[in-house]
Write a protein that binds this ligand. Structure first.
Ligand SMILES: *Cc1c(COP(=O)(O)O)cnc(C)c1O
Length: 230
């Protein structure tokens, strides 16, 4: 079986060559290790490789494994946030990358106020049109969500997140990632005072296309750790 270190070397190569193709600096694209449903041993191997940026899908799972993350790790929630989990999310994570409704943003902001913390968030957009995906569907919905979150004092919108379509077609994948970038660019025109630099897009199977379309963070699970448990 491949080790996490071997997998990491291959992912870095993929990221580096995509950056060369895109004419971008490798320093401009971060690798987030998606540690959901991976064993403590694999997580420890990633930490030993120097990885410090992690993505988790479920609040309850993160609560149970929190001690596995080193103190200098940065852990983001990338899965859907239920409002009844906002309290744990507020005290635990460094960021929530999957805000797609005003009421969720408000719930998180309220809980952050209680624990006297602040955090950056990303707004999730459904760029694939797939029913199963979370995220706001249209630019108008996104604009309204940005407008609604501007007054919340504990969260700062730092950019956008999307999950690409289930497809291996370059045009479809790049089209979805280009849409996220386009939405971001239009938001910046609408709200020039906001800094929306972050574009979190691209996973194990499509990170090259995401980098070509401007990803600043790629979120990689199986290509790094292997197939998930359960
Ligand atoms: C699971 C997950 C990933 C990682 O997917 P892989 O295909 O295993 O790389 C990335 N982003 C989100 C939001 C996820 O839920």
């Amino acid at each position: 079986m491949d080790t996490v270190a071997d997998n990491l070397a291959r992912i870095r190569e993929r990221m580096d060559s995509a950056c060369v193709r895109a004419g971008r600096s490798p320093d401009d694209v971060r690798l987030m290790a998606v540690s959901k449903r991976q064993s403590p041993e694999r997580l420890a191997a990633a930490v030993a490789c120097g990885l410090r940026l992690f993505g988790e899908s479920r609040v309850q799972e993160s609560v149970q494994k929190w001690d596995l993350f080193p103190p200098d790790a940065t852990v983001h929630l990338i899965g859907h946030l239920q409002r009844n989990k906002a309290r744990d999310a507020a005290r635990m994570y460094h960021a929530v990358d999957s805000i797609d409704a005003e009421r969720t943003a408000v719930a998180l902001n309220d809980r952050l106020t209680e624990v006297d913390r602040r955090m950056p968030v990303l707004l999730e957009v459904n760029t694939s049109g797939e029913e199963s995906k979370q995220g706001v569907d249209t630019f108008d919905d996104l604009r309204r969500l940005v407008d609604a979150t501007r007054s919340l004092d504990r969260i700062t919108v730092a950019g956008l997140m999307t999950i690409g379509p289930i497809s291996s077609e370059e045009a479809r994948l790049r089209g979805a990632f280009a849409q996220l970038r386009d939405f971001r660019d239009r938001l910046v025109t609408t709200f020039p005072e906001l800094d929306l630099a972050e574009l979190s897009m691209g996973m194990s199977n499509d990170l090259e296309y995401a980098i070509l379309e401007g990803a600043t963070t790629v979120r990689v699970g199986t290509a790094l750790f292997g197939v998930r448990d359960r």
